[in-house]
Every structure is written in structure tokens, then in C-alpha cells.
Write a protein that binds this ligand. Structure first.
Ligand code: SAH
Length: 431
């Protein structure tokens, strides 16, 4: 059972869509609950003003934050997954449809006019685009997303028909035929009439590959790191981290690499560049913590060997990405590679944040008593993770955002004091 809420300014555009068999059948059988929410109902006053002109001038009008926030509040609970439709979103793929199909509640926000007030994006769990063109509203994108995901909701379609479709296993579908077997001399391939299921499966697989090579060679693009590059980095770069302090040692780098590769799966980013940036991002710590990102960037740029795999421009992009990874940086990183490594580097697991912070402060102020240390720890956590803290998340990565929400709650309720105190006492006891 999946619940879908569509937030729109044009509810009437969904009238015929709601009557299609895909929707009616699944609503009737209890697999789907779908609701259309008119954002206008959340706008105040008799004019119901939902848009306004952009600050700084420019064409058109922009959707205001307040009606959207109120509409979201009215439909969401903690199981809701909010998707913002936008040409700036991640390209919507079959595997996103599969991912969304497994959720309990998907909320689709449809924009209109010139788009959204930028602050609206903060409410989304992700942003999806259905292609590189600009439509006048998010209603068709919402329909596209729902049609794709409903086919994959358990119980909605026969398993076999879904399993062999295009994009499953990254290939297009093989050619299909129906009666007659001979149409004006154009014959159906012999093998399909043979009844030999094993041979038919084999033939279909080969044909699927052929179709993909012909029509969508980009789908066969490599998704693995160049083995020679990986080998060079694993043998020459990663071992450098062995003598770095615990919190930025090899295990930290391995975590950042792993997180980066995970984020890269859903983005249009070059996997070799992602791996390289993650591997080099902290290497400048050899020259101390201050400015380590600049040293890391220089190290990467001066590494002659990397020219075996990358152009000068790619190297510049990677150097900038490494420079942009620090949490204290206020501006958005200059490329997707900077965003990936920055996000992968933020381990906002609340318990680990506190553990790291306690370790850091006690090591730096060995003389301080419990009260003083606690004050420093909590001060740092508020400054970095608090409501207006300097930590910024650049990609919508749910794990980090949830961790941040927990920390903020602890700060607001004051629970943070007890939690830090417990951790401090635990660490003191064990040392
Ligand atoms: N000025 C914006 C475009 C706004 S189009 C820009 O240049 O990015 C208005 C709305 O239509 C968007 O808010 C979005 O909801 C929807 N939309 C337009 N094109 C889309 C696409 N390719 N994928 C998903 N949504 C799209």
C-alpha cells in the first residue's frame, strides 16, 4: 500500500488521470491512496496570493514559501518522502521509480510560473527532473513519476511483466512480436516459435544488448573505477593516511570514499573523479589542520601521475572540489564533485558527533574541569549544528539531514547537556 499526495496549483489537471485504469484499479484494490492538494487553499486572505515577483527583478512570478510550507505540514508525517519536481532536479530514472515504489508516502510538489522561492527546496527530500527541457508546470512530471512508480508497487502488476522491461538490469527491452508469424513476408525470428525456453532467453538477452548498443550506448557506460587509477591511489595515496591522527586517518578516508561512491550512483558524475577527490581530500593534513584543504588541492594538482587518466580541466575541477570540502565553508562548492565530497565528509550521526567532539575538547584542554569542558563541547555543537550553525548540507542526503534534525532537537530541549555529560564520563572512565 502506498500513499501519494500531489501538491499543485492546478488540481483540475489531474481529473482524467485519476480515472485511468492504473489509478482506479489500484485505489479500488487498496494498493494506492492518492490525494490532490490545492496549494491555494493554504494561502491566506480572500485573494489567496500564492506567488509574487522575484526580488532583484526579473520575469514572471515565484511561488511563495508560506502556502507550500502549510500545505506540506497538512499532509506530511514522519514517513513522508517529499519530492520537488524541477528542471534542476536529478534526472528521474527507472531505478528512482523502484526506490519510490517502496515508500509509504510520497509527496510530489508541482511548481508553476517561474518556479519556487529558493527556500522551498529546503523542505524536499529530493528534487527530480523528467528531462532537460522546461515545462510550464510540475503536473505532467508528477503524472510521469506516478505512472512509472505504480507499475513497480507490489501487487500492481504481474511480476514477470515488470521484471523484463526496459532498464531492468540497465538494458533496453528485446524486440517483441505477436500474431501473425508471417506478415507480408516479414517473419518472426524462428527461435521464438521453437518452444525452447532456454534458447529464447539467451536470444532475448543478446538482442537486448544489441538494442542498447544501437539506441542508448550511454547506458552501457562504465560504472566502475578505472582499475589502474584505483590501484595507483590505493598503493600510493591511501597509505599516506596511516600516520594521520585517528579522526582523519585511513578509516575516515575509507568512509568518505564509500559515502562518495554511494552518492555518485544517483548523480551524473564521473566515478573516477569522485574516487580521486575523496581519496585526496584530507591528504594535506600532513602540513597541519589549518588550510589543509589548500594543501590537499595542491597535492592533487601537482601529482603528475594523475595526468594518465585526467585532462587539465578535470584536474582543476578536482582540485577545487578538494578545496571546497570543508564544513566551515559558507558558499556552495563550485562543482558536483565538491558537493559530493563535502556531503560524504559530513558524518552527522548524532552519537558519533558527540563522541568526536568530547574526544577533541578533552585532548585540547586536558587541564579543564568537567564543567568547563562541557561548556566548550556544547558551545561547539551549537555553533556548528545549531539552528543557525555553520554546517551546510549541499546534497539532499537523508541520513545526514535526519542526524542534524536529532541534534537540533537535543539542543532545543536541552537534552544535549545530559547526553554530552554521559559521554564525557564514559570516555574518562575508559581512559
Ligand atoms: N524557472 C525555472 C523553471 C520553472 S518551470 C527554471 O528555469 O528552472 C515551472 C515548474 O514546472 C517547475 O517548478 C517544476 O515543478 C515544473 N517543471 C518544469 N520542467 C520540469 C522538468 N523538466 N522536470 C520536472 N519538473 C519540471
Amino acid at each position: 500500500m502506498i500513499r501519494i499526495s500531489i501538491l499543485t496549483l492546478c488540481p483540475e489537471e489531474f481529473a482524467s488521470f485519476l480515472k485511468t485504469p492504473l489509478i482506479e484499479r489500484n485505489v479500488a484494490s487498496g494498493i494506492l491512496r492518492i490525494e490532490i492538494v490545492d496549494i491555494r487553499d493554504c494561502a491566506p486572505g480572500s485573494f489567496r496570493k500564492i506567488d509574487d515577483s522575484p526580488y532583484g527583478g526579473g520575469a514572471g512570478t515565484i511561488l511563495r514559501v508560506q502556502p507550500v510550507e502549510d500545505a506540506l505540514k497538512a499532509v506530511c508525517d514522519r514517513n513522508s518522502h517529499i519530492v520537488i519536481t524541477s528542471p534542476a532536479g536529478k534526472p528521474f530514472k527507472q531505478k528512482d521509480a523502484g526506490r519510490l515504489a517502496k515508500m509509504q508516502h510520497v509527496v510530489l510538489l508541482c511548481g508553476h510560473y517561474e518556479g519556487y522561492d529558493a527556500r522551498i527546496y529546503e523542505y524536499g527530500d529530493e528534487m527530480l527532473s523528467i528531462g532537460d527541457y522546461v515545462l510550464s508546470g510540475g503536473e505532467l512530471p508528477a503524472v510521469v513519476i506516478i505512472q512509472a512508480l505504480m507499475r513497480l508497487v507490489d501487487g500492481s502488476m504481474k511480476k514477470e511483466s515488470v521484471m523484463e522491461e526496459s532498464f531492468e538490469e540497465g538494458l533496453l527491452e528485446y524486440p517483441q512480436y505477436t500474431k501473425p508469424s508471417d506478415y507480408k513476408g516479414k517473419k518472426v525470428p524462428e527461435i521464438l516459435l521453437s518452444g525452447n525456453h532456454e534458447a529464447i532467453r539467451e536470444w532475448r538477452r543478446k538482442e537486448a544488448l544489441k538494442q542498447t548498443e544501437t539506441y542508448r550506448p550511454d547506458l552501457l557506460k562504465k560504472k566502475e573505477i578505472d582499475p589502474a587509477l584505483k590501484n595507483y591511489i590505493d598503493e600510493n595515496i591511501l597509505p599516506q593516511y596511516k600516520d594521520y591522527e585517528e579522526s582523519h586517518g585511513l578509516s575516515h578516508i575509507k568512509t568518505v570514499i564509500e559515502n562518495s561512491l554511494e552518492l555518485c550512483k544517483d548523480l551524473e558524475a564521473d566515478i573516477d573523479m569522485v574516487y580521486t577527490v575523496a581519496a585526496y581530500h584530507d591528504i594535506g593534513l600532513r602540513y597541519g589542520r589549518e588550510d589543509h584543504e589548500t594543501h590537499s588541492g595542491r597535492w592533487l594538482q601537482e601529482d603528475k601521475k594523475l595526468r594518465n587518466w585526467f585532462t587539465e580541466e578535470e584536474i582543476r575541477t578536482m582540485k577545487e572540489a578538494v578545496e571546497d570540502h570543508r564544513a566551515s565553508r559558507k558558499e556552495r562548492p563550485r562543482s558536483i564533485y565538491g558537493c559530493i565530497v563535502a556531503e560524504a565528509d559530513r558524518d552527522v550521526d548524532p552519537k558519533r558527533v558527540i563522541c568526536r567532539c568530547v574526544q577533541y575538547e578533552t585532548a585540547h584542554y586536558p587541564e579543564a574541569d568537567e564543567g568547563e569542558i562541557l561548556e566548550k563541547i556544547i558551545g561547539h555543537i551549537k555553533e556548528k549544528y545549531g539552528e543557525n550553525g555553520y554546517l551546510k548540507l549541499w546534497l539532499p542526503c537523508r541520513k545526514n539531514r535526519e542526524g542534524l534534525a536529532v541534534l537540533r532537537k537535543w539542543i532545543i530541549t536541552g537534552e544535549i547537556v545530559e547526553i554530552c555529560k554521559e559521554e564525557l564520563q564514559k570516555q574518562r572512565k575508559s581512559s
